[in-house]
Structure formats: structure tokens, C-alpha cells
Unconditional design. Structure first.
Length: 330
């Protein structure tokens, strides 16, 4: 029996060693350019062979030493991989939202309002706006589904007394030439960007140009909670401008960022598996009592779905009002 458990322990030791080396190989793949990548992977392969050789000769202390040495080198390098705000960014994520207090109210900078002509081409435009967070009259969650119904991009839109809407979206901050990679998002491939945008830009891009299924869900929270949530997004954007952060496919993404911002001021939110499946967020929010209380969710989803929004129009307030026509009447 003792030999059995010894064998299990040594098997787990090897599993841990090769798990570490595999993780390191993936990190190297996404972080290093080809000449350095090849050299680093060759070094990892050499370490794997040494560990196999030592294990085959029963020299398990040697295996532990090589594992410890490898871990120090790997994690020592990993912690030198730092996020930056100074890269050759794609134009649509080249500016993150920031804001500052002014005598007239809150000056929100870098609100994106691109005129998209295709999924990847647009006439760039940015503007600043002075808003009063005390005059936020609505908060809407938008879910944009492009493949599996459980997988969606989450956006949060704030409506003001004068009809203006500002949408916040946590996104990968891709450099020119980069493309999205779910796996790469686990290995510090992308920085995180918090985009503030006009609905004519960020919603129409998804409904009309990308052909995604977008749903709009009005959130029932108090005026004070609306203001607090809005200012949480603003503070987060200012924080990112001061210190860049990494996007992470699992822990820091378009859904978890709003979740943790809400969790700072509300004890009603709880960790739920539906946080990992954003397409199921409407049911989660209904369970919290902030969406469509007592209504049939199938009907709510049907009502929420946006079709094609048509050409962008100069009047953003009229665009936003038309976008919400399904919710204008009971």
C-alpha cells in the first residue's frame, strides 16, 4: 500500500512539473516574438527531458530541485510582463474614457462616435460632453450575441434627462495587427480598455455591421444607484488612464468589470455561474429583482431584441429614442 501511495505522489509531482512547463510554453507563445519564442520553448523542452531523465532514475529530489528552479525563472520572468498605455493601438481603442469635475458638471472625455461603414472600417470621431450624474434617468444593459446564445458581450448604457445616452464597454485593447484570441486573453496578450461611446456607434456597429443579436434590457435601480454606478465606471476609466491593466478572458472582461463595480456598492449581487455565461444575465438580473419583475422571460427577451437600426443619423437623442421604441409602451 505504501508503494501505491508513493507512486501516486510521484505521478502528481510529474503532473505538476509538466503542467508548469506547459503553462510556461503557452505564455511564451503569446508573449515572445519568433526568435526568442523558439529559444524559450527549446529551453523548456530541455528542462522537461532532464526531469524525465531524473524521474526515470528515481532521483526525485533532483526533480524537485529542477521544478523549483524552473518555477523561479518562469514566474520571475512572468512578473516582468507589465501592461502599458503606450502602444500602437487600433484606432477604435486608442482612447479610453476619462472625466473630471468642472463648474458646469462632469466633463466626460473621449466619447467615441465612429461612423462605421463595415465591421472594420469607420470614420473616426470623438467628442467630450458635460453631464450631470444627478440627472441620470435610466440604466440599460445591452447583450450582444454573435455565436452561441450563452456567449455575449455586455454593455451598460446610461440615459440622461436631456435624452443623451453614454454606453460603457470593457474591451480588449488590441494593437494594430492583432486579432482577438480567447486563449491569448489568459496570457496577458491584451490590455484592458474602458470605452465610452455614443449608441449610434457602438450599438449600430453590432446590429447592422456585424449582424449580431443585440438585446436591450432596462434595469430597475434607484437614482442614487444609477449615479453611483456611473461614477464607478468613470473612476475605473480614470484609473486605467493612470495605470494600465490586463484584460483576462475569465476574470477581467466585459461582464466581470460591471459586476465588480456593482459589487462595490451593493451586497445584493452574488457570485453566480451565469456571470461566466453572459447570455444568461437577464435571468440572473430578474432573480435579483432589477429586471422585468414578474414577467415571462421569453417575452422579455423577445421585446428586448433590437433589429437593424438603419443608417446613423445626426441626432443621437432621436436615434436612442427610436432604439427603445419596444419599451416605450407596456
Amino acid at each position: 500500500m505504501e508503494r501505491f501511495f508513493t507512486g501516486i505522489g510521484r505521478g502528481l509531482q510529474l503532473l505538476l512539473a509538466f503542467g508548469l512547463l506547459f503553462w510556461a510554453a503557452m505564455a511564451v507563445h503569446f508573449q515572445l516574438s519568433p526568435p526568442f519564442r523558439i529559444a524559450a520553448i527549446a529551453a523548456l523542452a530541455a528542462v522537461a527531458l532532464v526531469i524525465l531523465f531524473l524521474a526515470g532514475r528515481g532521483k526525485w529530489r533532483g526533480v524537485w530541485r529542477w521544478m523549483g528552479f524552473s518555477a523561479i525563472v518562469i514566474f520571475g520572468w512572468w512578473f516582468t510582463v507589465r501592461p502599458s498605455n503606450d502602444r500602437d493601438w487600433m484606432v477604435e481603442v486608442s482612447r479610453g474614457v476619462t472625466a473630471e469635475e468642472v463648474p458646469e458638471g462632469l466633463l466626460v472625455r473621449n466619447i467615441r462616435n465612429f461612423d462605421w461603414t463595415s465591421e472594420t472600417e469607420a470614420t473616426p470621431a470623438w467628442y467630450d460632453a458635460v453631464v450631470d450624474p444627478d440627472k441620470i434617468t435610466s440604466v440599460d444593459m445591452l447583450l450582444s450575441v454573435w455565436d452561441h446564445p450563452d456567449i455575449a458581450h455586455t454593455l451598460v448604457s446610461f440615459g440622461f434627462e436631456d435624452g443623451q445616452h453614454i454606453v460603457f464597454s470593457a474591451e480588449t485593447r488590441k494593437e494594430n495587427g492583432e486579432s482577438y484570441s480567447t486563449l491569448g486573453g489568459f496570457f496577458r496578450l491584451f490590455e484592458l480598455s474602458l470605452i465610452a461611446a455614443d449608441e449610434r456607434d457602438i450599438v449600430r456597429l453590432r446590429t447592422d455591421l456585424r449582424g449580431e443579436q443585440v438585446g436591450l434590457y432596462p434595469i430597475d435601480i434607484t437614482p442614487e444607484q444609477r449615479k453611483t454606478l456611473f461614477m464607478s465606471f468613470i473612476d475605473y476609466g480614470n484609473g486605467l488612464a493612470a495605470q494600465a491593466e490586463w484584460y483576462n478572458t475569465l476574470t477581467t472582461n466585459c461582464t466581470t468589470v460591471p459586476y465588480f463595480l456593482v459589487a462595490k456598492f451593493s451586497d445584493r449581487v452574488t457570485l453566480d455561474r451565469r456571470m461566466m455565461l453572459p447570455g444568461r444575465l437577464p435571468e440572473y438580473l430578474q432573480d435579483l429583482g432589477v429586471l422585468a419583475k414578474g414577467q415571462d422571460m421569453a417575452q422579455v427577451r423577445k421585446r428586448a431584441r433590437l433589429g437593424s437600426l438603419g443608417p446613423a443619423v445626426p441626432d443621437g437623442k432621436a436615434f436612442s429614442k427610436q432604439m427603445r421604441r419596444a419599451w416605450a409602451t407596456p
